[in-house]
Design a binder for this molecule. Structure first.
Ligand code: ASP
Length: 438
């Protein structure tokens, strides 16, 4: 049994819908479908979700939102007409306009993209439609209520052979609509897969899987065939985006793999995300990702190493100011704390004062505009010389390494370089592991 989620670009037009229809009909085990709202049809287009947010802003400001709402309706109608469906959304749009006037909230507004696309999809496939507000539940504090949802959803789907459940939203205990964060239909797909104990959760998008590196930096990077949840987590955290970060949690606990597939190239196998695998990756590394915009806070104090509690006091200074740290490499009498520049800038003098007050260091020195790059791979554990290869590749292109951090899991090596060396560093690492493999 498969749960299939389709992203916005897979459902942006009637043409895309019919590709999706073919994919679903070609495999009878694809029984539960989670659609996003219509996305962009081309680079200049606007996502329906963004149109809905804008439209609601106008309603909230008592401006005339009807022309924009009409435009949104036209986008859905062009899909309906293109598919020759006998379905009208007039009543739905009347209700939406009425609820906008009553200020039903931005979450309600945004959720209508998925809701209406779900209605169209159910009609097109002749599947049952299940409103996510009936089965996806949030707690009073706005957190997702996993237990209650699983109970409701698995019960509801037991009696239902084939269904469409719109992504992205659910309901608060008082019945009002609440959405996940942007891109949250991925989470809904995962929740549905867990509820029906699916064999696989297929996540259909517009790329042929997870790429080894960012295609805006590396020309035509290769696709990762199999990746573990932990590797994915490391790469996503460092900026690689394909799947919503929170989408792994529901299925991960159940051991359900996720398969990232391409609606525009369904013959390709895509990327399989699994808990664990014996399959060695094709290369020593599984992927490379990184982020710019870090600051290194270098703290020095003679005899630091023998002072019990020094690290705790330093980190307390960051905690006091609500700043989370990324990495804390240390030397004998030095300790460096890597933080996000954006988060740190406004509070830097308070943090420095707090470090002085709490830890009495000899000196503190700041270095800004740094980038962190994560080289991730389960293959590194059984291979010697990975770090050596990374550093010789970087030395070869004249890049100075500012920081090195290898986690004890041996799953990744983090390197710090200057922002201006970021792209060249990723290229050098990709080249040595994937292109030349020396
Ligand atoms: N439509 C929503 C968004 O644009 C949710 C999603 O597509 O997953 O963020």
């Amino acid at each position: 049994m498969k749960v299939v989620k389709f992203g916005g670009s897979s459902l942006a037009s009637a043409g895309q819908f019919s590709k999706v229809g073919k994919i679903i009909r070609s495999d009878a085990s694809r029984r539960y479908v989670v659609p996003s709202a219509p996305g962009k049809r081309n680079a200049k287009d606007t996502k329906v979700t963004d149109m809905l947010y804008r439209c609601y802003e106008m309603a909230d400001a008592e401006e005339d939102f009807m022309p924009l709402l009409k435009k949104i309706q036209e986008r859905f109608e062009s899909i309906i007409n293109g598919l020759n469906l006998r379905l009208t959304l007039n009543k739905e749009f009347e209700l939406i306009a009425e609820n906008f006037r009553k200020k039903a909230g931005a979450d309600y507004a945004a959720s209508r993209g998925e809701y209406l696309n779900g209605l169209i999809m159910a009609n097109y496939l002749d599947f049952e439609f299940i409103d996510a507000a009936q089965v996806i539940m949030f707690c009073e504090d706005g957190e997702f209520d996993a237990e209650r949802t699983d109970e409701l959803l698995s019960k509801r789907l037991k009696s239902c052979e084939r269904a469409v459940i719109p992504g992205f939203y659910g309901a608060m205990p008082d019945g009002s609509v609440k959405t996940f964060s942007r891109g949250g239909s991925d989470i809904t797909g995962s929740i549905v897969a867990k509820a029906v104990r699916a064999d696989i959760y297929e996540n259909w998008t517009d790329v042929s899987g997870f790429l080894i590196a960012d295609p805006s930096i590396i020309e035509k990077p290769e696709v990762i065939k199999v990746i573990t949840y932990r590797e994915l987590r490391e790469l996503s955290y460092m900026g690689a985006t394909v799947l919503h970060e929170d989408a792994v949690f529901p299925v991960r606990k159940e051991g359900i793999p996720i398969n990232i597939r391409n609606t525009n190239a369904p013959e390709e196998e895509g990327t399989l995300i699994v808990e664990s695998t014996c399959r060695q990756p094709d290369y020593t590394i599984t992927g490379i990702a990184g982020k710019k915009g870090f600051v290194a806070v270098n703290i020095e104090k003679d005899m630091m190493n023998s002072e019990v509690g020094f690290g705790r006091k330093v980190l307390a200074a960051f905690e006091e100011n609500g700043i989370s740290f990324e990495h804390v490499p240390s030397g004998i009498d030095t300790l460096t704390v890597f933080v996000h520049q954006e988060e740190f800038e406004g509070k830097e003098q308070q943090v420095l004062a707090a470090i002085h007050r709490l830890a009495q260091p000899d000196s503190i020195d700041l270095e800004a505009n740094l980038a962190l790059i994560a080289v991730v791979g389960r293959g590194m554990r059984s291979t010697r010389g990975t770090a050596g290869r990374i550093f010789s590749a970087l030395a070869h292109v004249d890049i100075n390494v500012k920081m090195i951090d290898q986690g004890s899991s041996e799953l990744n090596i983090i390197i710090g370089v200057q922002n201006s060396d970021f792209e060249a560093a990723i290229q050098a690492v990709y080249d040595i592991f994937v292109v030349t493999q020396i």
